[in-house]
Design a protein around this ligand. Structure first.
Ligand SMILES: [Zn+2]
Length: 253
C-alpha cells in the first residue's frame, strides 16, 4: 500500500529484527495484487495473497476474475484474499460484493488455495455462503479452507467458522478498550486454530492509534494474546507460527 511507499524496505527489515519470519502481503484489487506478487519476488520473507477486497468489488467483471486467476498462479501467491463482505462501510453495492466473493471462492477452490476472509456486519450472509462452499470441497482436501481475518464476532460465530475448518485471526485491536468484552471469545479459540496479523497499515496498537501500523508491531499482539489466554508469549509465537504455516501451506522451518 502507498502508506509504505517511502520506506518499504526499512519496514520489512524492522519486521525481521522484531522476529517476524514471514509476511503475507494482501492485495485489494488487480493493481495492488500485482504489486504484492512483485514485492514477494524481491523479498524472500514476503509472500502474496491476491484478490478483490469487498470495498473494491463494485466494478469487478468476469474478465477481471480471469486476470486474477492468472496472477494467482504465480509461485509466490499463497492465498486468495482479502475477499469478503463489508456491510458496515458499504463502499461497494452489496450485490457486487456477493458476486465478487462468489467468483473468488470458486477460483480458490479451483486452484486449491486458502482464502483470507474480511467480514464486517455480514455474518448472516457469510456463514451460510461459506458453509455451502466448504461442504462442496473435495473430501480428500484436508487442508483448511482459510482464515477469518481481524475477527470481531461472538463465540457462537467463531464456533461456526471453526466447525468449517477456518483459522481465526486477531490483530492489535484486541488491546483497544472496547475489545475488553471480547476476551471470552479470544480465550475460546483452540490453540491449533489461532493466528496473528497486523492488518498494516490499519488498526495500530492502542499506544499508536491514529498512526500507521506496521509488521514490526506484531509481537505486541502476541503479548496481548498471551496475557488474555494466560500462557507465555513464546508459546503463542510458536503455535501461531506453526498454524500460519499450516494455513498457508508453507514448508516447516
Ligand atoms: Zn480486512
Amino acid at each position: 500500500m502507498a502508506a509504505f511507499s517511502e520506506d518499504r524496505a526499512d519496514v520489512i527489515a524492522r519486521a525481521r529484527e522484531c522476529g517476524v519470519a514471514t509476511i503475507i502481503n494482501v492485495g485489494t484489487d488487480l493493481v495492488s495484487s500485482r504489486e504484492a506478487t512483485g514485492l514477494a519476488e524481491s523479498h524472500a520473507e514476503v509472500l502474496a495473497a491476491v484478490g478483490f477486497h469487498p470495498h473494491e468489488a463494485g466494478g469487478v467483471s468476469e474478465s477481471d476474475i480471469a486476470s486474477l486467476a492468472q496472477l494467482a498462479g504465480h509461485p509466490r501467491v499463497v492465498a486468495i484474499g482479502e475477499v469478503g463482505l463489508d456491510f458496515y462501510r458499504d463502499y461497494s453495492p452489496r450485490e457486487g460484493q456477493l458476486q465478487a466473493l462468489g467468483w473468488q471462492l470458486a477460483l480458490a477452490a479451483e486452484l486449491g488455495l486458502p482464502v483470507v476472509i474480511h467480514c464486517r456486519q455480514a455474518e448472516g450472509q457469510m456463514l451460510p455462503l461459506l458453509r455451502d462452499w466448504t461442504s462442496r470441497r473435495e473430501p480428500s482436501k484436508r487442508e483448511s479452507p482459510g482464515v477469518i481475518h481481524c475477527f470481531s464476532g461472538d463465540i457462537d460465530t467463531a464456533r461456526q467458522y471453526l466447525d468449517m475448518g477456518f483459522f481465526i485471526s486477531f490483530g492489535a485491536y484486541i488491546g483497544y478498550p472496547a475489545s475488553s468484552r471480547k476476551h471470552g471469545v479470544i480465550r475460546s479459540i483452540p490453540q491449533d486454530r489461532l493466528v496473528v496479523e497486523t492488518d498494516s497499515p490499519f488498526l495500530p496498537p492502542q499506544s499508536r492509534r491514529g498512526k500507521r501500523n506496521e509488521p514490526a508491531f506484531l509481537p505486541l499482539t502476541v503479548e496481548l494474546l498471551a496475557e488474555i489466554r494466560g500462557v507465555p508469549p513464546e508459546q503463542i509465537a510458536r503455535e501461531t507460527t506453526a498454524n500460519a504455516r499450516c494455513l498457508f501451506r508453507l514448508p516447516g522451518d
